[in-house]
Design a protein around this ligand. Sequence first.
Ligand code: GLC
Length: 818
Amino acid sequence: MEEHILNPKEVFNELVEEEEGFRHLNNPADGIKPITKKYLGIPTHVSQAGNKFYFTDGDAKVELVVVNEEIMRVRVAPHGVFLEDFSYAVPELSNKPVAVSLYNDEKEFKVSTAKVNCHIRKSDFFISFSDSNHVVTSADAAPMHWEENTKFGGYYVFCTKTCNPDENFFGMGDKPTELNLRGKRLTNWNTDAYSFGWNQDPLYRSIPFYISVNEGIAHGIFFDNTFKAHFDFGAEDKTKTSFWADGGELQYYYIHGPHMMDVVKSYHLLTGTHPMPPLWALGYHQCRWSYYPESKVRVVAKGFRQNQIPCDGIYLDIDYMDGYRCFTWNRKYFPDPKKMIKDLAADGFKTVVIIDPGIRVDDNYPVFKEGKEKKYFCRRSDDYFMEGHVWPGRCQFPDFTNPEVREWWGGLFDELIEMGVAGVWNDMNEPAVFGAGTFPDDVRHQYDGYRGSHRKAHNVYGMQMVRATYEGMRKIFKNKRPFTITRAGYSGLQRYASVWTGDNVATWEHLKLGNIQCQRLSMSGIPFCGTDIGGFSGEPDGELFTRWIQMGTFSPFMRAHSAGDTKEREPWSFGEPFTAINRKFIELRYRLLPYMYSAFWEHHRYGFPILRPVVMQEQEVLKNHFRQDEFTYGDKILVCPVMEPGQKSRKVYLPKGDWYNYWTNEVTVGGDEVETPTPLETIPIFIKAGSVIPEYPVMQYVGEKPIEEVKMNVYYSDYEVNSFFFEDHGESFAYEQDIYSEKKFIVNGTESSLEIQQSMEGLYTPRYDAYCFNIIGLPFIPAHISVDGKEITDYAINSEKVLEFKHTKTFKHIEIKK
Ligand code: GLC
C-alpha cells in the first residue's frame, strides 16, 4: 500500500541511508569501511563518437553505446578512465550502423533510436529509458555510484532503479526459488551446492540477466560484470530494484521489449545461441555415479534394449579414471575401453565421460607434468600454486582464462575421442574445492590478456573450462558436433554447452524446483537444460521417479542421474506399472524428436527459448506473472507436470486460443484454467490448434533404422497458424552451409474446409518419401481432399474421427473440404 510517490530528492536521501544497509549485508565479513562513496554529480558535458556518447560531471564519465535500435549499453568510469572493453559473455558488439540522434535541452540530454530513448537528467544524472510512445520503462532511483575498495583496489559499483507496484522480474539462470523474482535479493557467485534447498543462493551458475514486466511492457537488464554481484528486486525497499558488484565496472545493457520474447532474442544477439546439438543428444541419457566396472555398464546398456526402452547416452562418472586423474582409465575396471565403447556404439549408445578441472599433483602423471612445465596452473598472488583437495586428492587447476591453456586442454581429449567418446560432462568447475569451497580471492588469472584476480575470474572459470572442452572437441571431431555439459557457467555459456541443475534431491519439492529452474534457465539464455531425473541424492519411490520421467520428457536435456549410495535407478528399477509408463514417456520423447529438434533450431537460428513459461505467452495478464507450473515446449505443446504425490487431477492454465488435449483430442478454449485428470499414466499435455506436429517412428536410439515415413499430426483450427519443421543430417555442421531443410506450414480452416500449405528453405532432402497425415479435430466429414489441385481418394477416417492419408512429402497445398 505504498501510496506516497517519492520525489527524486526524497528517493535519493532514502537511498543514501539504505545503501549503508546494502553495503553491510553485501560484505558482512570483510570489515572494510568505505573510504569514499561517490555518486555521479551533475552532467555538464556531452560528446559523441559515432554510436558512442560520453557524459561527464567533470570527473566521472558515463559511456552510452547504442548497440542497435533496441539495445543500449551504459558504463561508468569513476574518474574518467574506462577499463579495456572485454567480455566473455559478449564476444563482439554489432557494428552495423544504427540511426541515432542526440537531443540537448534545458532538462536533459536524450539519445534516441527509432525504438528507445535514453534520458540523462541534467539536474542529477538520473538515467531513464523510454519507448517510442514516451512510456518510461526503466528509471534510476538514484544516480549510479561507487565505493572505493581499499583492500583490492577498484570499486564496489551500484545502480538503483525504481520498482513499480506491479512490476515483476524473471530470469537470472538457475535460482531455486519462485519463477517470479519480485521481492528477492540474489547473489551471483558460482557455488558447489550439494543437495541445495529451496531459496538457497547462490548456486552453480551466474547469469546476471533479468527481464522486467511492468504494465504489460518488458525490458531486460544485462549486468555484464563477472565479480560477485547482487540483485535486489524490491526486497529491501519495494519501490527499488538494484544491482551492484564487488568490483569491475558498472556496465549494463538496457534491452528493449516490448515483449519478453523480444528481450530474450536481443539477449541472444549479444551473448549468442546454442549450436545445433547432435540429434542423439535430444534422446534419453542414463547416468549414475558410477557405472563400473565395464560389466556393469554392459548390463545397464543391455537392460535398455531388453526392456525396449529407448536410450542414446550412457555415462561414465569419476570411477572410470585411474585415481580420479582426468584423461586416464582405471584399467582394472575398464581393461579395454575402446572395445567397450565400440560395442556400446554398435548397440546405439554414445558414451559420455566426466571431466573435472582439478589435476592431481603427481609428477608421474603426464597431464600434471606437462601443465606444470608449461605453467598452465593457477597461481596465488605471491606465486604459490593454487592447491586444493578435490576427488583425486591434492590438485592444481588449469587457468582456463588463458587461451593457450584452453588450447592445450582441448587437445587432451584426443585420446578419449579416438577411443570413441561422444560427449564430455564438465563438473566441479565453479571451481569447487573441498573444505575451502573455492579458490581464494588472490588467485591470479590471465583472463585473455586482461588479467584479474579470482574475484573477477571466478564466475567465468567454469564457462572457460567448457569452452576449452567444446572447442577442443570441435577441432578433433572436425565436422561432427560435440556434445558437452557443464555445471558452472556465466552468460554466454550456451555457445559451448548444455547444463544440468546440479546435485538435487529425490523429493517432490525438488521436482517442483527443477520445473522452475529449467523454465528459468531457458528464458535466461540457456536452452539446453535438465535436472537429474529422480533426484541425485536420496531415494525416490516409483511414483516420484515416474512423475520425474514425465516432466523430463519435456526438459530439453533428459538425463537420469543418481549418487553412488543410492539404489538402482534405471527406468525399469521400480517394476510395474512404473516401467511401462516410463517406457511410454521415453518413447513419446523419441516420437516428438523432430518437433523438439525444430524448437532447437528456432532457438539456434532465431534466438527463441525452448521452454516458455506462460508469462511469455501472455505477459499482459498479471496473474500469469505468478504461474510457474505450466510451460510450453517450443510454442505448440503446453505441458503441466504433476508434482504432488497421489494427485488425481489438477488445474492447468491454457493461454488464449484453442487447445487440444493430447490424450483425448478434446478441444478446450484457452484463457482460463481447466481441471485436467492426472492418472499416473499421463500428465496434462495440450497442443495448440493449428499446429503441425511431426512425429518420427519410435526407435531404440537415434538412427536405429531408416525413417520410412513421417507422421504429420495436423490439428484443425479456424484461424491461421504457422509451424516449423527442421531437419538435417543431425550430426555435422553442414547446416552452417545451408544444408538443412526448414519447412513452414500454414494451417487455416473454416467450418467446411481446411487448408495446409507447405514451403521449404534449405538444401537438405530427407531420405524418406512420405508423410502420413493425421488430421485431427475436423468439424465436418471430409468428402474431398486435393493435393496441389489433384483429388486423392485413398483416405480413411478412424474410430477417433481422425482423417488419415498418405502423400509424398513434396506438396505445396492441401485442401480438405466437406
Ligand atoms: C558432483 C556432480 C555429480 C557427480 C559427482 C561425482 O557431485 O554434481 O553429478 O556424480 O560429482 O562425479
